[in-house]
Structure formats: structure tokens, C-alpha cells
Design a protein around this ligand. Structure first.
Ligand code: 13P
Length: 265
């Protein structure tokens, strides 16, 4: 099954508007239009830099989509500090991250909040990158598969979408590999991604599971991306730290494009 590769950059709490413009202008000279056409490249800046990212990408004529890192599960009302899906759509974004471990842990978003955010984003017409992944403690006791499958099942429960695979992407991000430099062994990451795919087949149907992109995230950089992205059930990467480095982001895009070309050949 040929699935278009994705390189998605999660900029986290980095990059103000000026830095966003400078970064995108700098990388535009290092990105090949053919590579960008061969894959789906996404950047997810902080809310306040989304418009600057969109404008700079347009000016530089780059095929990069802009996503958001979060959204409110609420539509409107007394929710101080929140931003809703329609407000994000107004900024022209294509997708939104939901269920990132930093939101789950630091901001105490539980499964029900994540489910509500997923539904709200999808109902507004946004595509969702649903993140999942186990802690080191969960892995050590051998509960990785049960934990990750549970996160997926909980988020997707009752969801009815005819175009699931084009609207939802899964990102497997083992927490212990995020920002630590400890990348998950590529064969093991592939095994978990294949397990997620079989869970999707169980919840949805085989065709949807086969068409859904599943990304790996956790300390991905240019020196390890080739091996990760070559795995049979890994369709790209969700990248933090390396995605805001001028030398790294174009290298990640180029790696995904090379892998796509191989898959065609
Ligand atoms: P790092 O690539 O910095 O490990 O972050 C991964 C991540 O959390 C992407 O969402």
C-alpha cells in the first residue's frame, strides 16, 4: 500500500513571528520543490506565529502546510485563554495535533479531553494528527501495546468518518524518546506502528487501516531518519527539536522524498 510520506514539525514553544519568517526564508533556499511535491510537509508553529508562517510560505512559494499544536474542545464561551477550531481555520491551517504527551502530562489532558478535541477538530474540517505513546515505566513492565492500543481505542470510540485515512494521521511517540536523544529502535518502532495499524483495522476496517498514515516521533533527526522512514509501517515523522534547525528540516524532507521515490520504483 502506497501512503504519501509526511514530515511534520512540531515547533512546541519556540519561534516567535520574526524567527518564523527568518527560518522559513532560510530553509526555502535549501528545500527542493520536487521533494516537497513528493511528500506532505507540515509545520506546526505556536498560535501567534501561524499567520507569519502562512504568509512566508506563500511568498516563498513553498508546498508546506501549516498546522496548529492544540485547539480547544469548546466552541465558545467562558474558557479563558482558549482558541477554537474555527479560529484556527480562519488562519488557513490544515491540521492540528491532538493528544501530544506534553498536553497529556503537563496540561493534564485525559482521554476524554483528547477525544473531545479530536471530534471538535474533525467536525470543523481540520485534519488531526493523533499522538500516542507509552512512558518508560509502562514499557518496562511490558504494557506498551496495551497502553498505546488503549489510547487509540479511547480516542476513536464512536467516531464515524467515511474518509478517516485522509483526515486522521496517527503519531506514535514513545515519551521516553521525546527530546532525550534516545531514539526508539527502528524495528521496535515499526512493530508498534504495525500493532497500531491492526488496532485501526479492528476499530475501523482493513482498507482504512491500510490507508492511514502512522508517523514515528521521538528524537528524529537527519542522522536517523532514513532508517526510521524506511520501515514498512512508518509513514513519516513528527519531529520536535530537529524541525526548527535550518540544516535539519530540509534534510528530513529530502529523506522522506527519497524513500517515496524508492517505493515507486
Ligand atoms: P523531539 O523530536 O524533539 O524528540 O520531539 C518529538 C515530539 O515531541 C514531536 O511532537
Amino acid at each position: 500500500m502506497k501512503r504519501k510520506k509526511i514530515i511534520a514539525g512540531n515547533w512546541k514553544l519556540n519561534m516567535n513571528q520574526a524567527q518564523t519568517r527568518d527560518f522559513l526564508k532560510e530553509v526555502s533556499g535549501k528545500l527542493s520543490a520536487d521533494d516537497l511535491n513528493a511528500i506532505e510537509a507540515i509545520v506546526c508553529p505556536p498560535f501567534t506565529s501561524i499567520a507569519a508562517a502562512g504568509e512566508t510560505i506563500k511568498e516563498a512559494n513553498l508546498k508546506i502546510a501549516v498546522g496548529a499544536q492544540n485547539l480547544s474542545q469548546h466552541q465558545s464561551g467562558a474558557y479563558t485563554g482558549e482558541i477554537n477550531a474555527e479560529m484556527l481555520k480562519e488562519l488557513g491551517i490544515s491540521s492540528v495535533l491532538v493528544g501530544h504527551s506534553e498536553r497529556r502530562e503537563t496540561f493534564a489532558e485525559d482521554d476524554s479531553v483528547i477525544k473531545a478535541k479530536l471530534n471538535t477538530g474533525l467536525e470543523a474540517g481540520l485534519n488531526v494528527i493523533l499522538c500516542c505513546g507509552e512512558s518508560e515505566a509502562t514499557r518496562e513492565v511490558g504494557d506498551t501495546d496495551k497502553w498505546v492500543a488503549g489510547q487509540i481505542a479511547s480516542a476513536l470510540e464512536g467516531l464515524s468518518l467515511t474518509d478517516f485515512a485522509s483526515r486522521v494521521t496517527i503519531a506514535y511517540e514513545p515519551i521516553w524518546a521525546i527530546g532525550t536523544g534516545k531514539v526508539c529502535d527502528s524495528a521496535e518502532a515499526n512493530r508498534v506502528c504495525a500493532m497500531i495499524r491492526s488496532k485501526l483495522a479492528e476499530i475501523l476496517d482493513q482498507a482504512s487501516a491500510d490507508a492511514t498514515r502512522i508517523l514515528y516521533g521521538g528524537s528524529v533527526k537527519s542522522s536517523n531518519v532514513d532508517e526510521i522512514i524506511a520501515q514498512s509501517d512508518i509513514d513519516g515523522a513528527l519531529v520536535g527539536g530537529a524541525s526548527i534547525k535550518v540544516e535539519e528540516f530540509p534534510a528530513l524532507v529530502a529523506s522522506a522524498a527519497r524513500e517515496s521515490a524508492k517505493a515507486v520504483a
